[in-house]
Design a protein around this ligand. Structure first.
Ligand SMILES: Nc1ncnc2c1ncn2[C@@H]1O[C@H](COP(=O)(O)OP(=O)(O)O)[C@@H](O)[C@H]1O
Ligand SMILES: [Mg+2]
Length: 582
C-alpha cells in the first residue's frame, strides 16, 4: 500500500496532465453514455415515428458528439502516456543513479542481468501499471457507471438484475489477482536471467567458440526462454479464462433481462428503442467489466515491479560519513591488524595485516595468486570495508575522510583494465580528469609508453577503443589505463598487476617513466614479475592473507625464505626464456 501511494506520488508530479487525462476520460465515458441513450430516440422517433426534425438533427448530433469524444480520447490517452513516460524516465534515472552509488559488495552479489533488466523490463511494467491500469480503473469504471445510469433511466427493475452478476464477477477478479501476484515476480526474475545469459554468451563469445560451448549455452538459454514462455502463458490463460467467465456470466444476466422485459407486465411499458438502448448499455459495459476484473491484478504487477525499484532506490549507498578533506595528502599509509572476510567465504582474505608505507616510497606486494594482494589494494579506495583493524591515510582513518576527497588522492590501475566505448583521449581523461588539455593527455600517454602505438592509429588520440577496449590489444589497454592513472597525478598510486600484459621491454620502459614520475608519491605496486620491483623501498610477501616476509630485495634474498624461493623460480625461467626471445 505504501508502494502504491509512493508510485502515485510520482504521477502526481504532473498534475496538469493528470487533470487533462481525467477530464478526457470523464468526457469519453459521458459521450458513450449519451450515445447509448440516443439509441432509443433513434429507433423510436427516426424509424417508427419518422419525425422529420429528428431525422435532420440526429446525424449532426452524432458527428458533434464524436468530435467531442475524439478530443476526449486524445486527452485521456496522451495525458496518461505522458505521465507514464515521465514516471519511467524518473524511475530509470533514480535507479541508475543509485547503481552508481551502491557499495562494491552489491555488485558481487546481484547478477548484472538482473541489474540491467530492472532498467529495461521492470521499469516498463511500472509504466504499464501507472497508465493502462489507471486508465482502466477510471475510464472503465466511469463507463460502467454511465451505462448503469442509462439502464436505470429506462428501467430500475431490470437494472437490479445486473447485480446478480456482481458477486460472480468479484470472485473472478479475486482469483485473477491472486494468480497474477504469484506469477509476475517470477516473470520479472526470468527476464533478468534471459538478459544475464545473453550478456555472458555475447561477451564470452570467444570462449564459447573455442570450447564449443554453443550447445550448452543454447540449452541454458532455451531453459530460461521456455520458462519465460510458460509463465507468460499462465498469465494469458488467466486472462482468457476471466474473459470467458465474465462473458458467460453477462450472457446469463442478459438472458434474465430479456426474460423479464418480455413479461406481459413489462412489454407494454417499454418501447423497442428503450429496450435496444438497455441491451446496448449492457453490451457496452461488458468489455469494461472484463478489464476491471483484471485491473487489480495489473495494478499489482506494477506495484510489485515498483516495489523492486524502490527497494533499490532506498538501498544505502556507500557509507560516507567522514568529514576530513585534503587537496593533496602527504601519502602516509598505515594498516593496523586489518582483517577482511568476504561473506560466504570460509577463510579471511586478509588475516591481521599490518603495514606502513612512508610518504614517497614504493611498496611492492608479492605472493601467490589468491594470497590477498588485490583485496588489500581494494581497501584503500574503500571498495570494501575491513571487518576489523584500521587503515590510516596521513594518520586519519579512512572512514573519517569524505569518500570524494579520499578517492581524489588515489590513482588506481586494476587487474582488469576498464575502458569505455569512447575515444582514447576520453578514456585517458576520464571522469574528473575531463578538463585535461591535449598536451597533458599526450604527456601522460607518452609516459605510459602508449603514444608510440596511438600515433600509428589513423585518428590518433581520437581513435575509438570499442566496447571494453576490444579494438586494442591487452597491452595497449593496460598502457591507456596507466596513462589515465598518470594523468590523475594523485599522491597515492595503486598498480595491481598493471603491466602483466606487457612484454618485458615495454614494461621496463614504463618502469623507467614511472621511476621518474613516482617521486613524491606513495606507490603500492602488485607485481607478478619480480624483476620489476627489485628497487622498491620495501617488498612485502603475502601468503594466505598474512604478511609472511618484508624487507628490501637484498634483505629478502639474504633471508632465503619465500621471496628467495619465488625469485629463484622466476630467475631460472628468465634465463631459460631469454635465449629464445633474443
Ligand atoms: N569479491 C570477492 N568476493 C568473495 N571472495 C573474494 C572476492 N575477491 C577475492 N576473493 C577471495 O579472496 C581471496 C584473495 O583474493 P585476491 O585478493 O584477489 O588475491 P590476489 O590478488 O593475491 O591474487 C581469494 O581466496 C579469493 O577467492
Ligand atoms: Mg589479484
Amino acid at each position: 500500500m505504501a508502494t502504491y501511494r509512493r508510485l502515485l506520488g510520482y504521477a502526481a508530479r504532473h498534475p496538469w496532465w493528470a487533470l487533462a487525462g481525467l477530464f478526457g476520460m470523464v468526457f469519453d465515458a459521458a459521450v458513450a453514455a449519451v450515445f447509448v441513450r440516443l439509441i432509443q430516440p433513434m429507433l423510436d422517433t427516426l424509424f417508427i415515428e419518422r419525425n422529420p426534425q429528428t431525422i435532420f438533427w440526429m446525424p449532426l448530433l452524432i458527428v458533434g458528439l464524436f468530435l467531442i469524444r475524439g478530443v476526449a480520447t486524445f486527452l485521456a490517452d496522451y495525458g496518461l502516456a505522458r505521465i507514464g513516460r515521465n514516471v519511467v524516465e524518473t524511475l530509470r534515472g533514480e535507479v541508475f543513479s543509485r547503481y552508481l552509488l551502491l557499495p562494491t559488495r552489491h555488485y558481487d552479489h546481484e547478477p548484472s542481468g538482473q541489474m540491467i533488466s530492472r532498467l529495461t523490463y521492470t521499469v516498463e511494467q511500472v509504466a504499464h501499471a501507472s497508465t493502462n491500469a489507471i486508465k482502466v480503473m477510471v475510464l472503465d469504471s466511469l463507463t460502467v457507471i454511465g451505462m448503469i445510469a442509462v439502464m436505470l433511466y429506462f428501467s430500475a427493475r431490470l437494472t437490479l438484475l445486473l447485480f446478480v452478476m456482481a458477486p460472480l464477477i468479484a470472485l473472478v477478479a479475486w482469483a485473477v489477482g491472486r494468480r497474477y501476484r504469484r506469477i509476475s515476480g517470477k516473470i520479472q526474475r526470468s527476464v533478468g536471467s534471459v538478459t544475464g545469459v545473453v550478456d555472458e554468451a555475447v561477451s564470452g563469445q570467444r570462449v564459447v567458440k573455442v570450447y564449443q560451448g554453443q550447445a550448452a549455452e543454447r540449452e541454458r538459454f532455451n531453459e530460461i526462454n521456455e520458462r519465460n514462455r510458460k509463465l507468460n502463458l499462465k498469465i494469458a490463460a488467466t486472462n482468457a479464462m476471466s474473459t470467458s467467465v465474465v462473458q458467460v456470466v453477462a450472457a446469463c444476466a442478459l438472458a434474465l433481462v430479456i426474460f423479464f422485459a418480455t413479461r406481459p407486465s413489462m412489454i407494454t411499458t417499454m418501447s423497442p428503442g428503450a429496450f435496444m438502448s438497455l441491451i446496448t448499455a449492457m453490451l457496452t459495459m461488458l468489455p469494461s467489466l472484463k478489464r476491471l476484473t483484471s485491473v487489480q491484478a495489473m495494478m499489482q504487477r506494477g506495484v510489485a515491479a515498483a516495489a523492486d525499484l524502490f527497494h533499490i532506490i532506498d538501498m544505502p549507498g556507500e557509507t560516507d560519513t567522514g568529514s576530513h578533506e585534503a587537496t593533496h595528502c602527504r601519502g602516509e599509509l598505515e594498516l593496523r591488524e586489518v582483517v577482511l572476510h568476504y561473506p560466504g567465504q570460509a577463510r579471511a582474505a586478509l588475516d591481521g595485516v599490518s603495514l606502513h608505507c612512508a610518504p614517497g616510497t614504493v611498496t611492492a606486494l608479492v605472493g601467490r595468486s589468491g594470497s590477498g594482494k588485490s583485496s588489500l589494494a581494494s581497501l584503500i579506495p574503500r571498495f570494501y570495508e575491513p571487518d576489523s583493524g584500521s587503515i590510516l591515510l596521513d594518520g586519519v582513518p579512512l572512514q573519517e575522510w569524505t569518500l570524494r576527497s579520499l578517492r581524489s588522492q588515489i590513482a588506481w590501475v586494476g587487474q582488469q583494465v576498464v575502458l569505455f566505448n569512447d575515444s582514447i583521449a576520453h578514456n585517458i581523461a576520464f571522469g574528473g580528469l575531463a578538463g585535461a588539455t591535449e598536451q597533458q593527455i599526450e604527456a601522460a600517454a607518452d609516459a605510459a609508453n602508449a603514444m608510440e602505438f596511438i600515433r600509428q592509429l589513423p585518428e590518433g588520440l581520437a581513435s575509438q577503443t570499442g566496447e571494453g577496449g576490444t579494438l586494442l590489444s591487452g597491452g595497449q589497454r593496460q598502457r591507456i589505463a596507466i596513462a589515465r592513472a598518470l594523468l590523475k597525478n594523485a599522491p597515492l598510486l595503486i598498480l595491481d598487476e598493471a603491466t602483466s600484459a606487457l612484454d618485458t621491454e615495454s614494461e621496463r620502459l614504463i618502469q623507467d617513466a614511472l621511476g621518474r614520475l613516482l617521486q613524491n608519491r606513495t606507490v603500492l605496486v602488485i607485481a607478478h614479475r619480480l624483476s620489476t620491483i627489485e628497487h622498491a623501498d620495501q617488498i612485502v610477501v603475502m601468503d594466505a592473507g598474512r604478511i609472511v616476509e618484508r624487507g628490501t630485495h637484498r634483505e629478502l634474498l639474504a633471508l632465503d625464505g619465500h621471496y628467495a624461493a619465488l625469485h629463484r623460480v622466476q630467475f631460472s625461467e628468465d634465463v631459460a626464456a631469454s635465449p629464445a626471445s633474443a
